[in-house]
Design a protein around this ligand. Structure first.
Ligand SMILES: [Mg+2]
Length: 343
């Protein structure tokens, strides 16, 4: 390495993405509808639109192999990808699975992994169509997942894009947040068994394919899944759409077991913790209300609000301002997750 050359950690995840995208050059294939920079890529195939995404779990980085069930790792390996398809408003279909396996791994561990992966595949209608296995010193599982976008009568794909938020739009979330951060904290502190529902939220969450599909049918055109944290994922929408967001922290729905477990930190964990895999949906009030009532009917919960409005989009600097109940700005030490920055 030459002196002064930046490392991956210096660039950070998002700086590295920009650099690698520049190395590839601008895509020239006119069938590409959504390239690098959204939850998933989208390309045209005949009259259909394919949604493609991939995500990796690394032992010791994304999960603690001695503290979690391998079955849950298998579920999560597919579910994080299903969530990215949901975040585009699509429906998942076929997956490829690549395993990097230390040779001494017991076969029963992989049986457990695949039991969880199969469970997730069956719930979400995914078929595992192939993959690859290589030897490695660290266990990793990579899933590449394809899905389909809903297509309008005119033949256009109906998608939830990061760049489609407009001033005047409302910001809604599809469910309570912070449970996953609580589960992760329990794992780190060795108290995970005291809060089983938080551990469940961290390892066995349910991607919101239902909500993404209903959202695009209701006319919502902007959304993202909450993987890095509510504030940071909302900031991705602000940057891509060049709009400002005002987020009301007191309106963010909290996982019901988060408050008793971590009363001091619950709101902050819900705003910045990440890996909740609920959706942020951004659209007009009419579209949000239409989606909310459709989701209530779908889930047969007519009296329960399904989309919680947590803020609004305005014209202004392309970032997120977090406000408390009195309208005062809340400052955070950190906004969310970057996969390469050390902390
Ligand atoms: Mg995502």
């Amino acid at each position: 390495m030459s002196k002064g050359e930046p490392t991956a950690a210096d660039l950070g995840e998002f700086g590295l993405i920009d650099r690698l995208a520049a190395a590839l050059g601008a895509p020239s294939d006119e069938r590409l509808v959504v390239g690098i920079g959204d939850d998933a890529a989208v390309w045209r195939a005949g009259d259909a639109y394919v949604i493609g995404t991939t995500d990796t779990l690394v032992a010791g980085v994304h999960f603690l192999p001695d503290r979690v069930a391998w079955r849950d790792v298998g579920w999560k390996a597919l579910a994080v990808n299903v969530s990215d398809v949901a975040a585009m408003g699509g429906t998942p279909s076929f997956a490829l699975v690549t395993l990097c396996v230390p040779p001494e791994t017991p076969a029963g561990t992989l049986d457990e992994l695949y039991a969880g992966l199969r469970e997730c595949a069956e719930v979400y209608g995914v078929t595992v169509a192939g993959g690859d296995i290589v030897s490695s010193s660290v266990f990793t599982v990579t899933v590449a997942l394809a899905g389909a976008a809903l297509v309008s009568d005119g033949g256009a794909p109906l998608l939830l894009r990061r760049n489609a938020a407009r001033p005047g739009d409302l910001i809604a979330v599809t469910g309570p947040l912070g449970g996953s951060a609580g589960g992760l904290r329990g794992l780190r502190e060795g108290t995970q068994l005291e809060h089983p529902s938080l551990l469940e939220a961290h390892m066995h969450f349910w991607p919101r394919v239902d909500a993404g599909d209903i959202a695009v049918r209701a006319g919502i055109r902007s959304g993202v899944d909450i993987s890095d944290g509510l504030v940071q994922d909302l900031a991705h929408i602000c940057e891509a759409s060049n709009v400002h967001a005002e987020l009301r922290l007191d309106r963010v729905p909290l996982h019901p077991d988060l408050i008793p477990a971590y009363p001091q930190d619950a709101p902050l964990m819900a705003a910045t913790g990440g890996e909740d895999y609920e959706l942020i949906l951004v659209g007009s009030r009419g579209a949000i209300e239409l989606a909310d009532s459709a989701l209530r009917r779908h889930l047969e919960l007519p009296d329960d609000e399904q989309l919680t409005i947590v803020g609004e989009i305005t014209a202004g600097p392309a970032d997120v301002r977090v406000l408390d109940a009195s309208g005062s700005e809340v400052k955070f030490a950190r906004g969310g997750w970057d996969h390469l920055k050390r902390r």
